[in-house]
Unconditional design. Structure first.
Lengths: 720, 720
């Protein structure tokens, strides 16, 4: 649908829409309770696309009718049938009055139960964890799926609100149009109201005055002549709206002198781009005609090479990787590496203190749902041809389950690199040239948080390494300006960013993605070791003056594991099992190998920094606690920062030889440049979890080299 | 050849070998002067292997008889015919007395000449730069290829020696066996002298006592029962030998109590590994049946997508990338990015001050030749199936040219990632899902410096990014120890590393690889800008307390561009052309995006640190000077550190709006772990050169998406 038609529709049938919304969200859904397949929620227009299946029929191999799904593993997500049962309990709890479900997911069984469970055992009781709102109050419920037993948790001491729903957002988008002030202001700018689209942005939290009301700040764009309306901001108008009542609370209206940036050159769609194509006429493809080397058992258990792990979609985290185990090449035994890992929270502060921009300090997982915003992948272009796809089952705002198709892809990757190699020097007279290809397994999803796209990869290597990578792409959110050339900007004036095009400033911002990594190296109880590297003087005992010495310190408590990285005071950071040693006596371990480091420069007492205080350090280690999963807090929306990783860690609990959780934050400073306009080339960074004396020796010593005769036989495409 | 036979041969025909060596190196080669193809030097046993061609006939596509090569570009390397002419001049200069050629390469024409030159123009005069030794003296010669005119440069003020030759190394390997002391000591350790191989290691420089003599320190291993003799050190014996005379100067003999580590489990060759293969039965391959999208014109000019650059092998640097230009999508014009880039020096200090280890502070480019040690690549396993190969022509110690086959591979890479992508949120009602595959071009070589292998990639992306990556693999050099378990190590004892296996310590060390990057962004004259990010307070003018502000400072002189990276005091580092701006007024530029940072912790006055003082900072910018190419000094072997990047930069020349050179150092701290035994899984890191306001907008906006019908049609291999 073109933006113009969409807006016209929104505007003219506004009251009809409101009626519809109430019908859809607030009265019982005629489909719920049945076992019918609900392809998409009523509001997830995208996933009704027939494009997917038509373009690439082979990707459908993992698809089936999810209505018959049954859980096979204690960590399997709730099925459609289970969600339907839970929905009935929710409705009954709210006595059929108005409510909204903000999260409906499996409540994990206790870790001890999951660890003890083996295939063939009966599943532990299935429970749902529900975040809901009704009559202006947050609810946190645990519901037993079979018995329907419901337990309500006290949330009175928690500030903030649950993440917004897609329905919240869609509903509030129309709110500004009911305001005469807004319509007048748009008209004064010479913009046709029919071309205007307003998007809801989380308001952060900046003081008590904002408490008690679930607010959103809408920013508007003209969709005229481009699908990339983000490049056409109507600068300076912020419509503060109540998410529960849809009432406009305040309109900030400042930027009337700022022109709307032009549409020309902003549309990035293939259909809109007429510039010459970069010539790469000969396709290059990752081919695997015999099929993949992995299997996905029971929908979620991925087995590849020496790895085995449980993979599932999660509306808040995107994906959750659980029970990651690797087979020891010497003993054949599967050994525990990580109990669970996922992206716990994001923090995207923009660096502009002006009225229409200061609040932009997004926490994308806790405010929007990193998984809820992860849409269907584009086969061939988001993932290679040999990828297989996995769907998600999420709950709509009334609790009705729907299928988010192709949300995750899983594929083997060969990028032309070697896993290891050596050529012996000819001077030794020994003719040796041995190299082995590096093949890995990637699990990927892409979250599109309004303008930005985050590609998150969990990449498993046969040598035991787990590489966790985040790539940023999509569209940089921009600010309108009256400037068309930098020579108009006064010497001392700060435009808070880069002039990307005429009337467009790309505002400086950061991205932080915090990962929860519940390492269980060969068992639950682990320790965190700071392997410190420091200059040591020889004091005349050697022709060398100095060398670098290793000093290992085991962190006793959580505060000792609040780590700020320092280039000139470096350490390695090991999670070891002090109870298990290799044959020569090294404790078995995994290390976190930092990369993509950027540190938040905000004042520690600045409200956004307090809320996302997980960026106060790059590495943290906490005592395992089932309730401490979301580093920005459980109810992150408008939170004050009282339920964060910093707060938990400051309890300073003992962490030596205990069940511990490692937290790592990837960071990016982004000073936009013209190349980021009108859509941004991918920038990525990742960190590693890497075995360190975990194996007795190189675990991929025995990997097979490529031999010509075993590789696929390919010819050019028929159409070429 | 098995190690045992090789040593027996060496020992028994020792005098015969000596005679042969003199024959080969010091009397005129009957082949030289002819235009015959010399496949390999007499000492490069490896490259005679027929394995290469047999295993993968298609890789031979770029091969041909190099004897007929003629230069086409001012930067083309010397051809066989040219080298033969130069060799004659050298012989004549030394009046047929004993000499050795340590480097024989093109002397680049002046930069102005190269920049002015266009295809079709006559080539500027071809000159050779020669480093040679005769009668204990260093020679630095410039020889005009056509006229034979020779110019001798004064080297009397330069400490150090030219890099060792393969012939130096092979010759000196036999020296210890002539020593009765050595034979006795080996016998006392119960090692059969026939199993012993000694390898030459550069001695570093630790004081005036070492001056005036070209020394090498030999370390010995037993080759019994393993091809991986590095894992069987005869610890504590160091044979200090004179490289010019082959005379044993001193034998350090200390480690008699240390057992020789066992052979079992050390051999990594496919033929020796019997453990179960990790099961990946279904091959995955990078397939491009229509052929590549790049061409290599005139042997060296690579054209791919929007990139064009000159690529050649270099005995010291490995590869040199020159005249890198990218086509502007708006104007179609090829724009200069980099005049020349290459790995200038390496520094690998081991962190053990004991007598047999303190000197291990290798400078692999200046001491050994990063390119000389780059051997033939293993098709399919070092590079993907779609790679094309490029040969090198190097000079043997007598000046005779030889062909190093398959030294470089060039291939397009598709690793399953997106160049950019965006999905529009369903709440907007706009159905958009656009993604484009990321395809890049890689030029790769692998240098095997005795035990270690360095994989160096220059990766060009269509969005203008150049990613320079170094991967470390091969074999960690180890130290013998009497310990078989860490519980035997006393509380306060430092073993300078990790016990990797019984009687084996992996010694802590660093790797630094310094890159010379002569950026010429849209012209010769550029400036270096520190784009500093710092906390700014709003002082009550905003609900936000703080934000991150950008402050740009142009470096006036070299000292202002000596950069130590700081996580909490971050900057971007731009090389801009202050004379050229985008339409909206930003100066065009490229930025260096650091990664893989490790800083040297050695004392700045420690001799190895002074010699490799390029590691004193991560980033440097110097005024372009044709003679400042090698950051550790031209004659790096046993140098004192008087001719280094630090010295040049300390001249503090003006660099604003001048022809400038950027230097970047990748660093790795390596605390070995058991997984590195007996051969090390690849570890890599890289940094980027990235356009920043170089283009008016995203230059890959118009790249085409993958369409199923255009991809190759593949089936499983016939043999599968």
């Amino acid at each position: 649908m073109e933006g113009k038609n969409f807006l016209r529709c929104l505007f003219f049938i506004f009251s009809a829409v409101l009626l519809m919304l109430f019908t859809i969200f607030n009265i019982p859904n005629p489909l719920s309770g049945t076992a019918e397949l609900i392809e998409c929620s009523t509001n997830s227009a995208w996933c009704t696309s027939k494009n997917r299946i038509l373009r690439h029929p082979t990707t459908a191999s993992l698809h089936h009718d999810h209505t018959a799904d049954v859980p096979h593993h204690p960590l399997d997500p709730l099925t459609i049938q289970e969600m339907n049962k839970v929905q009935k309990v929710i409705k009954s709890f709210f006595e059929n009055s108005v409510y909204s479900v903000h999260s409906l997911v499996l409540e994990d069984p206790d870790k001890e139960v999951v660890v003890e469970w083996e295939k063939g055992d009966p599943l532990p009781p299935r429970k749902a964890s529900v975040m809901a709102r009704a009559a202006g109050k947050n609810y946190l419920l645990t519901i037993d799926v079979e018995s329907g037993e419901l337990r309500e948790h006290d949330t009175s001491n928690i500030t903030g609100f649950p993440l917004v729903t897609l329905e919240d957002m869609q509903k509030v988008m129309s709110a500004p149009f009911a305001s005469a002030h807004f319509n007048r202001s748009i008209a004064e700018r010479g913009v046709d109201i029919n071309d205007v689209a307003c998007l809801p942005f989380s308001p952060g939290w900046f003081g008590k005055a904002e408490d008690g009301r679930r607010l959103v700040k809408l920013e508007c764009f003209t969709t005229k002549d481009t699908a990339n309306f983000y490049m056409r901001p109507i600068e300076g108008i912020i419509i503060v709206t109540d998410l529960d009542t849809n009432e406009v609370v305040e309109i900030v209206d400042k930027g009337k002198h700022i022109p709307i940036p032009k549409a020309a050159g902003t549309d990035y769609r293939l259909s809109a781009v007429n510039t010459p194509i970069i010539k790469l006429p000969n396709p290059i493809s990752m081919e695997q005609p015999n099929g993949p080397n992995f299997v996905i058992e029971d929908e979620h258990l991925v087995k590849w090479a020496n790895w085995e792990f449980h993979l599932k979609a999660d509306p808040r985290a995107g994906v959750m990787v659980s029970r990651a185990k690797i087979r020891d090449p010497d003993t054949g035994v599967l050994r525990n590496v990580m109990y669970q890992g996922f992206s716990s929270e994001l923090f995207v502060p923009y660096m502009d203190p002006e009225e229409a921009w200061y609040f932009k300090t997004y926490m994308d997982a806790g405010e929007y749902g990193f998984g809820l915003q992860a849409l269907a992948l584009d086969p061939l272009n988001d993932c290679p041809r040999n990828a297989k796809y996995m769907d998600a089952i999420f709950a709509a705002a009334d609790g009705t389950p729907y299928v988010r198709s192709n949300m995750i892809c899983v594929f083997e990757r060969y990028a032309g690199d070697a896993a290891w190699r050596h050529t012996e020097s000819p001077i030794t007279g020994t003719e040796i040239r041995e190299a082995r290809p590096k093949i890995s397994l990637v699990a990927r999803f892409v979250a599109s948080l309004a303008n930005y796209d985050y590609v998150v990869d969990w990449e498993f290597h046969a040598d035991g390494l787990i590489h966790i990578k985040v790539a940023l792409t999509g569209i940089v959110i921009v600010k309108g300006t009256s400037y068309v050339n930098t020579n108009q900007v006064k010497e001392d004036e700060d435009i808070y960013g880069t002039l990307l095009s005429e009337n467009i400033v790309g505002v400086v911002h950061d991205h932080y993605i915090n990962f929860y990594l519940d390492m269980d190296v060969d068992g639950l109880d682990n320790s965190f070791v700071n392997v410190h590297l420091q200059r040591e003087y020889t004091n005349g005992k050697s022709p060398r003056r100095s060398y670098m010495k290793v000093n290992k310190t085991v962190a006793k408590t959580e505060k000792e594991a609040q780590i700020k990285l320092k280039l000139y005071d470096p350490s390695e950071f090991h999670v070891i099992n002090p109870n298990k040693r290799t044959k020569v006596g090294n404790p078995v371990g995994y290390k976190v190998v930092p990369a993509g480091t950027a540190a938040s420069l905000l004042d520690p007492e600045d409200p956004p920094q307090k809320r996302s205080s997980f960026t106060n350090n790059q590495i943290w280690v906490t005592r395992y606690n089932k309730s401490e999963l979301w580093s920005g807090g459980l109810f992150a929306y408008q939170s004050h920062g009282e339920d964060t990783l910093q707060v938990w860690s400051d309890r300073d609990r003992p962490i030596e030889n205990k069940d511990i959780v490692l937290w790592y934050t990837l960071g990016f400073h982004h000073v936009p440049c013209q190349e980021d306009y009108p859509i941004m080339p991918t920038v990525s960074s990742g960190f590693d979890l890497k075995p360190v004396n975990f194996f007795e020796r190189n675990p991929v010593l025995s990997i097979a080299p490529y031999v010509e005769s075993e590789l696929p036989v390919c010819k050019a495409a028929a159409s070429a």
